[in-house]
Design a protein around this ligand. Structure first.
Ligand code: M6R
Length: 616
């Protein structure tokens, strides 16, 4: 997992590259570097650790020039070190890379046998040598990159510079994201051309963006971007305007992106719902879901595929799909689905859920399902990412850029997409009554305000609670039914950002083992909304209390039984029982955030984690 950036323009390249890398730091942050074509040779500056170390190195050794490439790394081959940091250089060639070259072992052996000296442990350096060899054989940069690509198996987004062609960058993509940006048109070409792993890196500079597809490459120059397939066929693609404002990618006054994104959820929810609910008719607007016009009567089963937080959203999706459509629905961890010989095919609707749309396991699982004849609907946040591109239908969540590694607003907007899908499908199949659909549509429309109320109403209470529990070593989250995936999500959030051991359990499973964990030092957060599971969940809360756990209930306003039974009561407004997850997850996100903040962890970039997992 890494972030790459490239620039050709008329401004000094290094500050533009650094700025882009800063916006990509969520993709990896164990080392970083930049390269520019200097007067005599390619010049590089690299540094281990966070980007500020690269800034310091550049201050000590400034790079001049108006063309360059940069990289922020999350190690896959070779430990974090300066020699393993990108860019990697071979003669006049410099390369930055995101992805994994699977045949690196064979290539390394082959290059060594040809007498090439390899300095790093990375797969990327091998690419630099392959391009350099092709240049030495008389090819120009574009042809040399094309020749090298023919030798690579695996995932890559590459940007390649040559000292011999100093106003060109050649980029290529396969299974790793890459976006191109075009500056203002000056008649004879744009005033600048950019490339990056993700949209936010380019937002301050341009809104005109082009998305490369797998198996494509492009030559960036002062004339613009010329796209071809790796085989050399020309590709014509118009730029898309991306309306995300740069400010949407900033912290907007919050201490961390995670907190900002938690508080953005009411707005994100509004965006997700906008134009998709017809409140007059009490319907979900089918044209927005991506399935309208398709023969949904052929759908015999829904298979949800996802990883991490998106997997928790998918579990909630399964409840909704079964309840509201009457269809059988199963949820699969994408990483596990891939490892089997899944029985799937025509008649199955695969719903692949992914914030980034680039999670490799989800992408590969969805491709496998498609190859076996299933129809794939993706629920994704990042426009133009790989998963939507390979899908038969797409439903974008519109959460906006999510920078914090811990997913928050992406989760609640995924929930919204899934429940809208279930409502629409339920009506199409005649399983859901008009009146019930209309009630759910009304309930959804009210959520943004209710989410706002919960966030502002519980923030201080939860911050105080987190301060008291900052030393807790184990925390349990319990829930039944739709609250079960919320318990899983609460535990994942806490683990990720605070490094506290946490478990999410189906409350009914407690007595089958986990109850042994409970002692007076263990906080137990019980999800207790007023739904059909309420009484049984209350009993589970009592069981925890009887074992002297520190019990925190997340319950419906005015629930006196929950108040009496818990040490701390966190209240959320009463909503339709199908919609409780949208509100009950918010206190758990805040809890994870504040425990982490009081502990002083790196909330937005927790250790060992990367935002998008594009490796296996
Ligand atoms: O981009 P995706 O939704 O496919 O990502 C899936 C997981 O990697 C992601 O949800 C991860 O678990 C987050 N760090 C959770 O906060």
């Amino acid at each position: 997992m890494c972030g790459i950036v490239g620039y050709i323009g008329h401004e000094p390249a290094a500050p533009v590259l650094l700025d882009g890398l800063r916006r990509l730091e969520y993709r990896g942050y164990d080392s970083a570097g930049v390269a520019v074509p200097g007067a005599e040779a390619i010049e590089i500056v690299r540094a281990v650790g966070k980007l500020r170390n690269l800034e310091t190195a550049l201050a000590a050794r400034p790079l001049s020039g108006t063309v360059g490439i940069g990289h922020t790394r999350w190690a896959t081959h070779g430990r974090p070190s300066e020699v393993n940091a990108h860019p990697h250089v071979s003669g006049p060639i410099a390369v930055v890379h995101n992805g994994i070259i699977e045949n690196h072992g064979a290539l390394r052996k082959e290059l060594i046998e040809r007498g090439v000296t390899i300095s790093s442990d990375t797969d990327t350096e091998l690419v630099a040598h392959l391009v350099h060899e092709a240049v030495r054989q008389g090819r120009n940069l574009e042809a040399a990159v094309r020749a090298a690509l023919g030798r690579l198996h695996g995932a890559y987004a590459l940007a390649v510079l040559s000292h011999d062609e100093p106003r060109r960058i050649v980029v290529a993509k396969n299974a790793s994201p890459l976006v191109l940006g075009l500056g203002t048109d000056r008649g004879d070409g744009p005033d600048a051309v950019y490339c990056a792993s993700d949209i936010p890196a380019l937002l301050p500079y341009t809104r005109q963006m082009l998305f490369l597809e797998d198996g494509e490459m492009a030559v960036l120059s002062d004339e613009g971007a010329t796209i071809t397939t790796v085989a050399g066929e020309p590709v014509t693609r118009a730029p898309q305007r991306i309306d995300w404002s740069p400010i949407m990618a900033e912290k907007a006054g919050f201490k961390h992106f995670m907190l900002k994104e938690i508080f953005e959820q009411p707005r994100a929810m509004e965006d997700t719902l906008r134009g998709r609910l017809d409140r007059t008719r009490g319907e979900v607007v089918g044209a927005e879901i991506g399935l309208e016009g398709s023969d949904v009567s052929r759908v015999a089963r829904v298979v949800l595929l996802a990883c991490g937080t998106s997997h928790h959203a998918a579990i909630a999706g399964r409840y909704w799909l079964e309840e509201l459509t009457g269809l059988p629905a199963v949820v699969e961890l994408a990483s596990e689905f891939r490892g089997r010989r899944p029985v799937i095919g025509d008649g199955d609707l695969v719903v692949a859920v992914s914030q980034s749309g680039e999670t490799l396991d989800t992408l590969v699982a969805a491709k496998e399902a498609k190859a076996r004849g299933a129809r794939v609907l993706s629920i994704a946040n990042v426009i133009g990412s790989a998963l939507p591109r390979m899908s038969d239908a797409v439903f974008y969540t519109r959460a906006g850029p999510e920078i914090g590694v811990a997913s928050t607003k992406a989760f609640t907007t995924q929930l919204a997409a899934l429940v809208m899908l279930a409502i629409w499908l339920g009506r199409q199949r005649g399983h859901l009554t008009e009146a019930r659909a209309a009630a759910l549509v009304e309930g959804l429309a009210r959520l943004p305000n209710q989410m706002q109320e919960v966030l502002h109403g519980t923030r201080q209470l939860i911050a105080n609670l987190a301060r008291r529990q900052v030393e807790a070593r184990d925390v349990l989250f319990l829930g039944r039914g739709l609250s079960f995936p919320i318990a899983l999500e609460g535990a994942l959030k806490l683990k990720e950002v605070s490094y506290v051991h946490a478990e999410g359990y189906a409350a009914g499973e407690m007595k089958h083992g986990p109850i042994a964990l409970i002692d007076p030092h263990v906080p137990v957060l019980v999800l207790l909304p007023k739904d059909e599971n309420y009484e049984r969940s209350l009993s589970n809360l009592e069981e925890a209390k009887a074992r002297e756990a520190i019990v925190i209930a997340i319950a419906t306003e005015g629930d006196d039984a929950a108040r009496d039974a818990s040490e701390t009561l966190i209240e959320v407004p009463a909503v339709d029982p199908e919609l409780t997850p949208f509100l009950t997850v918010l206190p758990l996100q805040l809890y994870a955030y504040y425990v982490a903040d009081f502990k002083g962890t790196d909330v937005d970039q927790p250790r060992n984690l990367a935002k998008t997992v594009t490796v296996e």
